[in-house]
Ligand binder design. Structure first.
Ligand code: TIU
Length: 220
């Protein structure tokens, strides 16, 4: 069994029960004119996570891992978007309002798509989620249970929001979570660093932190 170089400790990885989970690498977060920018963020800060994520995706596919993609977004009628979420922000650029990539954070709109570099392949589950965590109100638990998955390699955006929420949910569900640091990104670099530090503190209170080079070596 390969042993992954990770903090706070090396982690043996059983590839047969390991999945790669790529969180919300959508145009709405990574490109101008989407939800991320509507919140006042500089979306170019997420670009650095794309090449490591692409390398990780290629390695996971080559190793035959289950690859799961997630997308944050809401139904066109907004019935799954709580008012407390919708009411935040400048009214003209709120969730559901029109923007250059279609209605902001709405399923089926161009902005909701995963960026072309990381497009899902046929057969790879795509989990549409209304919240920050990938387990809340989704079928992710069933997808993982059907494949007897025990370890999650988690990457995507943003580190302290949807990656963190998903890892916290997964940790409570009993999954070993490895956050792949350079394949994550945040609009707030200090929060990226703090988010990673929180995962691995206290003996790995939420899981492990590694990097794409180490994970790819373990997958090879
Ligand atoms: N995917 C995800 O992290 N959703 C967010 O809203 N992130 C922010 O950092 N805003």
């Amino acid at each position: 069994m390969p042993v992954l170089d990770a903090e706070p400790s090396p982690l043996p990885i059983d590839l047969a029960t390991t999945a790669l989970v790529i969180i919300d690498m959508q145009r709405d977060f990574l490109e101008p004119g989407g939800f991320g920018e509507s919140l006042g963020n500089n979306v170019s800060l997420l670009a650095a996570a794309v090449p490591p994520t692409r390398a990780l995706l290629d390695a996971a596919r080559a190793a035959g891992l289950l690859v799961v993609h997630t997308r944050e977004g809401h139904k066109p009628d907004l019935s799954d978007a709580p008012p407390a979420k919708r009411e935040r922000g400048e009214p003209t650029v709120r969730i559901g309002e029109p923007g250059p990539m279609g209605r902001i954070l709405i399923r089926g709109e161009p902005g909701h798509d995963i960026i072309p570099e990381l497009a899902p392949r046929d057969g790879e589950p795509v989990i549409d989620k209304p919240g920050k965590g990938a387990f809340y109100a989704t079928g992710l638990a069933g997808v993982l249970e059907a494949r007897s998955v025990a370890t999650l390699l988690v990457c995507g955006v943003t580190t302290e929001v949807c990656v963190h929420t998903t890892v916290r949910e997964a940790n409570d569900r009993g999954y070993r979570c490895v956050v792949v640091a350079d394949a994550c990104g945040s609009y707030i670099p200090a929060f990226h660093e703090a988010g990673l530090a929180m995962i691995k503190a206290q003996g790995g209170i939420f899981g492990w932190v590694s990097d794409s080079t180490s994970v790819i070596a373990a997958l090879g």
